[in-house]
Design a protein around this ligand. Structure first.
Ligand code: ZN
Length: 338
């Protein structure tokens, strides 16, 4: 098996709701420690994602048809105090069940056969005070990756909505607080994740950040025309910065027709990997499953099946190792403080 670093999962949210433990194999959802081991996932970015009050499942349950496709209306903003308290509950689950990866050396131990590791990632910065007063506390607790936004505007920037078809050129760029947060993450060696960020925000970060640009879980816009997909201009900027895109496993987000089809062939996801590798080089593409946060095809519908995607690519073992973990390792070496 080729060890994998996976760029994104929402397993913490699943077990926050279900009360399960990630140490035990679940009959539900996509990812837990036993299934990570079976699939060769050495480490993953575990998202701390705060749902809305009335958010019972996936927002795409609220899909509304439009003239030429579909959309999911935005929910309301998150309130800081509630967001911070739920974020701490999710982090506590990670601390209880998982081995946190805080350094490159920790990650190397995972890749050399240690316990599967968890990189703590905040998806949407709503739990961070706009004055950044509580950021250091989070970094001390183990936060190593931060997404400025999810699919909504917040104090730092503007996320893209879910709709099909569409492009990410919606909404304003980063706020002053957003620019401060980018600088603060650079200074503290926290990775910035540009997944869900709109196009103006993306290029604001590209102009400001000193770290390689990363989109942890997304598809290529040329193949899947949705706002969440990464445009060719964004891909070029990511390549120029030495960064990477983690290709998402969602059928809706990877298919050219934006449909939810569980028997979608793995070739569809592999096509995004190949497109990005051809456009900006295979050193800039990686995996970002979004397990427990998306609708993967049946052939890839839990973490134990991870290696099946590598098998359809027809790449050399050396190339697959770069895709599966080498590129993440390079980017995190360049980004993290230690
Ligand atoms: Zn996401």
């Amino acid at each position: 098996m080729i060890p994998v670093v996976d760029g994104h999962n929402d397993a913490l949210l699943r077990v926050w709701r279900s009360g399960e433990s990630l140490r035990e194999r679940s009959g539900e959802g996509h990812l837990d420690l036993p299934r990570m081991r079976e699939g060769g996932i050495a480490a993953g970015f575990f998202a701390i994602f705060v749902p809305e009050d009335d958010y019972a499942g996936d927002p795409r349950a609220d899909v509304v048809p439009t003239d030429d496709g579909w959309e999911v209306p935005f929910g309301g903003p998150l309130e800081l105090e509630r967001a911070a308290s739920i974020a701490h509950e999710l982090a506590a689950i990670a601390e209880r069940d998982l081995t946190l990866v805080r350094t490159v050396a920790d990650l190397e131990r995972c890749l050399n056969g240690g316990e599967p590791g968890a990189i703590l990632h905040l998806e949407g910065a709503e739990p961070i005070e706009p004055g950044l007063g509580n950021l250091d506390g989070w970094v001390e607790r183990g936060l190593r990756s931060l997404g400025l936004v999810w699919s909504r505007p917040n104090a730092f920037g503007c996320g893209v909505p879910f709709h099909y078809p569409g492009a990410p050129d919606v909404g304003p760029g980063l706020t002053d607080a957003g620019r401060d947060l980018v600088r603060a993450c650079n200074e503290r060696g926290v990775m910035l994740d540009l997944a869900h960020l709109n196009e103006r925000g993306f290029f604001d970060v590209a102009a400001l950040s000193e770290a390689p640009l990363v989109v942890s879980h997304a598809a290529a816009h040329a193949l899947a025309p949705m706002p969440r997909s990464v445009t060719d201009a964004e891909l070029d900027a990511i390549g120029d910065s030495g960064g990477l895109v983690g290709v998402v496993f969602d059928t809706v987000m990877t298919r050219s027709d934006g449909e939810l089809v569980f028997d979608t062939a793995l070739d569809v996801i592999a096509g995004h990997i190949e497109y990005i590798a051809e456009r900006i080089g295979l050193e800039h593409v990686a995996l970002g499953s979004d397990f427990d946060g998306c609708f993967p095809p049946a052939a890839l519908d839990d973490a134990s099946k991870m290696q099946a995607l590598l098998a359809v690519l027809g790449w050399s073992d050396e190339e697959l190792a770069q895709l599966a973990h080498g590129n993440w390792l390079r980017v995190l070496r360049a980004t993290w403080a230690s």
